[in-house]
Design a protein around this ligand. Structure first.
Ligand code: NAP
Length: 305
């Protein structure tokens, strides 16, 4: 099997992974959205990785989805709402035993991707690393973190995990990726929408703890009903710990709304509400939160799905 890492999306995480893999001497190919993006990248000539102590450049070759080389391993580094259309466009290039590594936050996009590529192995990732584009093709590594990887359908770790350690990408294989994805989704639902609605940093929620607490109770019920009791354990305590530890930070959803970018609401709070409805579980505070967030996005002219 080819050892090339195809990486779709030269945004924050895609660039961060591409630079570290290239630095370790791994074969990497970027897949960019369209000819305009490819021209802009070729004019820049390289990706730039900005770390606290150094700034380095990597001339990672780039191509479009229409390229013909087969893909054996693909890191899907786009937003959740772009994931399934991106895989649909690449489907003809996927080798019979292709592996897809899905970096998307939230839940729902993983199943949408699997529908588009039923023969591929889909490996989900839950990342706590932080990065943002300081300029096109120049990524700032803003927060050390960790990557949990797992395949809910197959506990066997993939052969390429060593590539990640050689590239200094902190990662571990887990046979229990779903509880991690659910737990992260629940933390996100308890914090991020309220930061948008109250127009505040994470720490600003210390003034709204009763509201946070009510959401945590409902989210814990939902996790139990969805067969994720581990993800439900001590949820309220962890939410409070996260709020305190990240008090000065602005949530990703807050930042998206501030920058008038589409949010991933459909795969976060939207997914939680759809699961509750499917289980006929009434969660009035969560549903009200979802409605308020949809109204707020609509009022700002942003997509609410
Ligand atoms: P991002 O900076 O917006 O990057 C996504 C990139 O994918 C963009 O460059 C986008 O291009 C590109 N893209 C979308 N569809 C494409 C297609 N069909 N072909 C080629 N390129 C395509 O997003 P991100 O921050 O890296 O986030 C990716 C995922 O990781 C999200 O689900 C996010 O929640 C999650 N995550 C991010 C972080 C972080 O610190 N950034 C941390 C943890 C988890 P356009 O610009 O043209 O749309």
């Amino acid at each position: 099997m080819s050892s090339t890492w195809h990486i779709l999306g030269a945004g924050s995480l895609g660039s961060l992974w591409a630079c570290r893999l290239a630095r370790a001497g791994k074969a990497v190919r970027l897949i960019l959205r369209d000819q305009r993006a490819l021209d802009a990248y070729q004019a820049a000539g390289h990706l730039t990785l900005i770390e606290p102590d150094q700034c380095s450049h990597y001339a990672v070759p780039a191509q479009l989805a229409a390229h013909t080389a087969p893909i054996h391993r693909l890191l899907l580094a786009c937003k959740a709402y772009d994931a399934a259309p991106a895989i649909a466009a690449l489907a003809p290039r996927l080798a019979a035993n292709a592996e897809l590594i899905l970096l998307q936050n939230g839940l729902g996009s993983q199943d949408e991707v699997a529908e588009q590529a039923p023969a591929a192995r889909c490996i989900s990732a839950s990342s706590t690393e932080g990065a943002y584009l300081q300029a096109p093709f120049a990524v700032r590594f803003a927060g050390q973190g960790f990557n949990w990887l797992g395949d809910p359908l197959n506990p066997t770790p993939p052969a390429w995990l060593d590539d990640l350690s050689e590239a200094g990408i902190p990662a571990q294989w887990t046979v229990d990726i779903l509880p991690r994805l659910w737990r992260k989704l629940a933390l996100n639902c308890a914090i991020n929408p309220l930061t948008v609605l109250h127009d505040c940093s994470n720490g600003g929620l210390l003034g709204h703890l009763a509201e946070v607490e009510r959401l945590c109770e409902e989210l814990a019920q939902l996790l139990q009903r969805c067969g994720q009791p581990t993800a439900a354990q001590n949820l309220a305590d962890e939410v409070q710990r996260v709020i305190l530890a990240t008090a000065a930070n602005y949530s990703s959803m807050y930042q998206d709304v501030r920058a008038a970018r589409r949010t991933e609401i459909h795969y976060l709070l939207g997914h939680a509400c759809r699961c509750a409805a499917r289980h006929q579980l009434p969660l009035p505070h969560l549903e009200h939160l979802h409605q308020r967030l949809v109204d707020s996005l609509r009022a700002r002219g942003l997509p609410c799905d």
